[in-house]
Design a protein around this ligand. Structure first.
Ligand code: SRM
Ligand code: SF4
Length: 555
């Protein structure tokens, strides 16, 4: 009789044999070669490190029989995207001394460094550690960087809410000391007593990554329904303040596996502040036990929810929670706030939100010198930096008398104000894609300015220049810039073609539908043109493009 049981993936074996994420990493970091072995590549991800090669020179080097240009990407987990000026200056120094001169803000409020060589990994980890930051757990099969609406941190009336992202990050960080032993202070860390690993991780951790976000009660700037688990502040008639917990979201798909899909999270329960971590633990245990460890393409929790059915999944969570789950309190989120521009906070201080194209903080010769501007502000003013889930940066807690001085620094570095931005540019997102991402099928970040300009041109041409249009672009269907919930989602299909998704929107509560396949990038404005014309003629007053597209059911 043949067994139908499928073996766990190689990655599961690597995790299990790694002695809690150590493996051979110490030795590998010490040897001279520019790269690490495949097993170590997998373990490195848990430490926030991705092995990459510069794909711009891959072909010519291969043809010439030369070794590839091996580089590493390091992702720093920043709960809620909140940074002190000292931390920002430390990141700025790393960018200049160890990485490629840029700081890449991510769609999950974290920071990435690109182009780091192997011998830079330990100094980089030590610099982060000195300023209470780490890349540990920013990648890998664990709870990833916790995202929160910036308004809840700086302007939140409720102190418990303000602290929640950091508390969750702490509570769900793996206990192993491997990172500090291998990357930061070697023997010193090894002699420290190591706590047993969390029960919901064990020695093989989760089947795949797990993403948590906390939304503002009024608007959806964090794309809460795209998360494995989302917390939406809500008030229960009897129990008072707490959260509607939503679960089972995720946006990645794979062309190689037709049974992969984007899915929005569903409401699971209402939890009070005191209960919320136990509910998360129960969800994690359910995922740990029921998630697919035989196929990494279908290992995310959304597939457990979809395969089991939501009601059965909910029962499984309740069993592990140890008591019945309450009904969720119904919530309604409005369109995402981009947090850009100047506003005053409740305590009378100022905040300015600055658009960072595709999250890339850099100095452009003869142009905007954003990296220098932020450095100068961090050196002169006692402010707080906040990274948004739209890859932008907020300078917050600016003293009531400092607005003009901060404005002057920004202007001196040619940092564009929101009044100078086109409305497509204002909300457009793109993932890094080429040349660093190993999974990229097509360009994204490097082509974003061009496609934004063309689509803005179409809007202007149709007399719709004052209307918002949300455009997101990725180099493959993994969906790192969340095109699956955008009004216009452009997704890399082959080196020179893209699939076009339409009809998501700024509330983030609707999946976009596949409208056209394998388009050249330059064809996209033409394909959009008649749709924008129809939106102008047939759209209701103030109806967004995404809402219009769904209402009239454009063929
Ligand atoms: Fe992502 C893998 C970049 C947010 C879905 N993502 C990658 C890797 C690490 C490529 C790789 O595996 O080799 C990319 C690094 C490229 C590079 O050169 O820097 C990468 N993802 C990013 C970032 C930097 C995009 C950005 O423009 O900001 C975001 C970093 C987030 C962070 O700070 O933690 C990023 N990735 C997302 C999101 C959006 C979100 O989380 O809100 C998604 C869709 C939501 C989801 O998870 O479903 C996303 N990334 C993926 C996937 C598909 C996972 C899946 O199971 O469906 C992959 C592929 C994988 O994990 O193997 C991936
Ligand atoms: Fe890479 Fe694809 Fe993510 Fe873009 S969407 S960063 S190409 S994995």
């Amino acid at each position: 009789m043949t067994s139908t049981r499928v073996a766990p993936t190689a990655e599961e074996g690597i995790k299990g044999a790694s002695d809690f994420l150590r493996g051979d990493l110490s030795r590998e970091l010490e040897h001279d070669g520019a790269k690490v072995s495949g097993d170590s590549e997998h373990l490195l991800k848990f430490h926030g490190v991705y092995a990459q090669d510069n794909r711009d020179v891959r072909r010519e080097r291969s043809l010439a029989g030369e070794t590839l240009d091996y580089i590493f990407m390091i992702r720093v987990a920043i709960p809620g995207g909140r940074l002190s000026t000292e931390q920002w200056l430390a990141l700025d120094e790393v960018a200049g001394d160890i990485a490629d001169g840029t700081i890449r803000l991510t769609t999950r409020q974290a920071v990435q460094f690109h182009g780091v060589v192997k011998k830079g990994l330990r100094p980089l980890a030590a610099s982060l550690d000195a300023y209470l930051m780490t890349s540990f757990g920013a990648c890998g099969d664990v709870v990833r960087n916790t995202v929160i609406c910036p308004d809840l941190i700086m302007n939140g009336a409720d102190a418990r809410l303000r602290a929640l992202a950091s508390q969750i990050a702490k509570a769900f960080k793996p206990n192993t000391m491997a990172h500090w032993e291998i990357f930061v202070n070697g023997e010193l860390a090894a002699v420290r007593e190591e706590k047993p690993e969390h029960e919901f991780y064990g020695d093989t951790y989760l089947p795949r990554k797990f993403k948590i976000a906390i939304a503002h009660p009024g608007e959806n700037c964090v794309d809460i329904y795209a998360q494995d688990l989302g917390l939406i502040p809500a008030t229960h008639d009897e129990l008072g303040k707490g959260f509607t917990v939503v679960v089972g979201g995720g946006l990645g798909r794979s062309y190689a596996d037709a049974d992969t899909f984007a899915r929005l999270a569903d409401p699971l329960t209402f939890a009070t502040y005191d209960e919320v971590q136990d509910v998360i633990r129960a969800v994690l245990k359910t995922y740990r036990e029921l998630g697919d460890r035989t196929n990494r393409r279908r290992a995310r929790m959304k597939y457990v929810v979809a395969d089991e059915g939501f009601a059965a999944f909910r029962d499984e969570v309740a069993q592990r929670y140890g008591k019945a789950l309450r009904d969720p309190v119904s919530v309604e989120l409005s369109e995402a706030d981009d947090h850009l521009g100047w506003r005053t906070l409740d305590d009378g201080s100022w905040q300015v939100g600055i658009r960072v194209g595709a999250g890339r903080v850099r100095d452009v010769a003869e142009g905007q010198r954003l990296r220098s501007a932020l450095r100068a502000i961090a050196q002169r003013f006692d402010v707080t930096f906040l990274i948004t889930a739209q890859q932008d940066i907020l300078i917050s807690a600016i003293g009531p008398g400092d607005r003009e001085a901060v404005e002057a620094v920004l202007a001196a570095h040619h940092v564009r104000s929101i009044e100078e931005l086109g409305l497509v540019e204002r909300s457009a997102l793109a993932c890094p894609a080429l040349p660093t991402c190993g999974q990229a099928l097509a360009e994204a970040e490097r082509r974003l300015p061009n496609i934004v300009e063309q689509v803005q041109g179409e809007l202007d041409g149709a007399g719709l220049g004052k209307r918002r249009l949300q455009l997101r672009m990725t180099g493959c269907p993994n969906g790192c810039a969340r095109p699956a919930v955008a009004e216009v989602g452009i997704v890399g299909r082959t080196k020179t073609s893209y699939d076009l998704y339409l009809g998501g929107g700024l509330r983030g509560d609707r999946l976009a539908t596949l409208y056209s396949e394998k388009l050249k990038l330059e064809e996209i404005p033409e394909v959009l043109r008649p749709l924008l014309e129809r939106w102008k003629l047939e759209g209701l007053a103030d109806e967004s493009f995404g809402d219009f597209f769904n209402r009239v059911n454009v063929p």
